[in-house]
Design a binder for this molecule. Sequence first.
Ligand code: NAD
Ligand code: ZN
Length: 247
Amino acid sequence: MESNIEQISKVISESNNIVFFGGAGLSTESGIPDFRSVDGIYNQKYDYPPEQILSYSFFRTNKEVFFRFCREKCLEPILHAKPNPAHLALARLEAMGKLKAVITQNIDGLHQAAGSKEVLELHGTLLSHTCIDCGKKYKLEDVLKTEGIARCECGGVIRPDIVLYEEGLDNNILTKSVMYINDADCLIVAGTSLVVQPAASLINYYRGNKLILINKDPLPAEQYANYYIHGKVGEIFEQVMKYVDKN
Ligand code: NAD
Ligand code: ZN
C-alpha cells in the first residue's frame, strides 16, 4: 500500500545512516528532461533513441549527431539549471549528519551545486570534458563555445567525462557505493526507473528494512520497497524537511 508523507518523513527523521540513490527524475524539476517520462527525451523527436546516441560505438561513428544531441539535450539545459528542493534537502540531511552519501546516475552536477559533499557519480559528469588525444581538460562552458564536433587546440576530439553506454563503470565508485548501501539503515531511492544496469542492481545490496521508493510514476520495484510514494520528489522532500525540522 502506498505510504503517506507523514510515514516517510517519520522514517527519515528517525534514521541516522541514510543513503540516497537517484536518477534523472531528481532533476526534472530543475528543468533537465529525463529519459522515460512522457515529456522525457525518449518522446521528443530525434532520429535515434538517447541510449543509442550516448553509446560508445555511436560516439565513434557518428560524432556530428552525438555533439548536436549533447549540446541541445544535455549541456544547454544543465548550464542554466539550479538545484531544486530535493537536491537542497539531501545536502541539508548530510550537513545534519543523518545522510552519509548520495549515489547518483545523474551527470548534471546539481547535488554538488546544492552543497552535497559525498556524491558518487556512477555515470560521470558533463561538467568536465577531456581531449581524447592529449588529455587536456575542458569545462562545459568551453565546449558550448565550440561548434559541430568539439575540438581541442591540438585538433583532437573533446569528449564529455561521462560513462557512455557500452563502457564500464568506475570500479572504485561501484565498490564505495556497495559499501554505503550495505551499511545504510535507510535507503531512499528516487527519480529513477531502475532499468539502467548495472546501476539499478546496486539497491540489491541493501539489507535493512527501511527502503523508501519515491517516484512520479508507479514502478515494478515497489514490491520490494518497505515504503513507496508517488509524486514529485522536490515537493515531497520539501514536506519531509518541514517534518524533520519540527521533530
Ligand atoms: P529515467 O529517465 O529512466 O527515469 C526517470 C524516472 O523518474 C521515471 O520513472 C519518472 O517517472 C521519474 N520522475 C521524473 N520526474 C520526477 C519527479 N519530479 N519526481 C519523481 N519522479 C520523477 O532515468 P534514470 O533511471 O536515471 O536512467 C536514465 C539514465 O540517463 C541514467 O543513467 C542517467 O545517467 C541519464 N540521464 C541523466 C540526466 C541528468 O543528469 N539529469 C538526465 C537524463 C538522463
Ligand atoms: Zn588535445
